[in-house]
Write a protein that binds this ligand. Structure first.
Ligand SMILES: CCCCCCCC/C=C\CCCCCCCC(=O)SCCNC(=O)CCNC(=O)[C@H](O)C(C)(C)COP(=O)(O)OP(=O)(O)OC[C@H]1O[C@@H](n2cnc3c(N)ncnc32)[C@H](O)[C@@H]1OP(=O)(O)O
Length: 207
């Protein structure tokens, strides 16, 4: 299966600790379709007939998927590290382009689904992206699993919807269990938002 996040062997972002191949080779395309659907639905003002057709189609798919329901350990959604955005739609899709043991760089485009208002990304979606990127960086390069203890975000200028933005995250320091990580989102040279967070390595037995 192609590793789409990084040139092979160039970094640690995609080193899988839990290799998951469920959903097969078509899973990534389905997740992309689901992202397009959410963006399209958010942007649409559908007529009643279209709404009814959508309701029927969604209900039919929910019923069909019920047959394939699994526990968390077998879940595919969000666990496909070979895919940009790790095969989920809850957070915007981050596409890693460069990484080493302490940092990662890539891009994100917040679709219409993540609109707050007046063309600006919702203020909750931005820390969501930061937690996604910083949290995953915290667990790369052979490090143990961690959890976010705090995540501070400064909104420096409007983050535009529908525009490719650059994202960078890097370790500031590592002190025992404490991993202090910083990140920023830029639109060209303009700083849109920046964040710093503390990620704590879990102790044995911690959920
Ligand atoms: C994890 C498994 C995941 C598996 C998934 C596999 C597939 C997915 C793949 C890829 C994922 C992609 C990426 C997603 C990433 C998302 C990450 C999240 O969003 S995690 C959810 C949100 N966070 C919580 O729910 C934490 C809730 N809080 C806790 O559980 C505890 O508070 C915890 C574990 C964080 C710390 O508890 P203590 O009891 O172990 O540690 P104490 O003793 O309190 O603190 C240790 C040190 O840290 C400082 N500290 C703790 N909290 C602090 C804070 N808020 N601010 C400042 N310092 C703090 C303390 O003062 C202490 O410092 P002194 O050792 O005394 O110097």
């Amino acid at each position: 299966m192609p590793r789409t996040g990084l040139p092979s062997g160039s970094g640690t972002w995609l080193d899988p600790d839990i290799p998951v191949t469920g959903g097969g080779p078509g899973y990534g395309a389905v997740v992309e379709s689901l992202r397009d659907l959410l963006d399209g639905f958010a942007a649409a003002s559908p007529d009643e007939e279209t709404v009814r057709a959508l309701a029927d189609a969604f209900a039919a798919w929910s019923k069909r998927l019920e047959r394939h329901r699994v526990g968390e350990r077998q879940q595919v959604f969000g666990r496909r590290r070979d895919l940009h955005g790790r095969g989920q739609v809850m957070a915007p899709k981050f596409a890693a382009e460069e990484s080493d043991e302490r940092s990662v760089k890539g891009t994100v485009t917040f679709g219409r689904y993540f609109l707050g208002g007046n063309g600006a990304v919702h203020g909750g979606a931005i820390p969501l992206l930061f937690d996604e990127v910083m949290g995953r960086l915290s667990n790369t390069a052979g490090r143990s699993q961690s959890r976010t203890a705090f995540l501070h975000t400064d909104f420096r200028s409007v983050t535009p919807v529908g525009v490719p933005l650059s994202v960078r995250a890097w370790f500031e320091s590592e002190e025992g269990r404490k991993r202090f990580i910083r990140a920023e989102i830029r639109d060209g040279d303009t700083l849109c938002a920046e964040s710093h967070g503390l990620f704590l390595a879990l102790l044995p037995g911690q959920p």
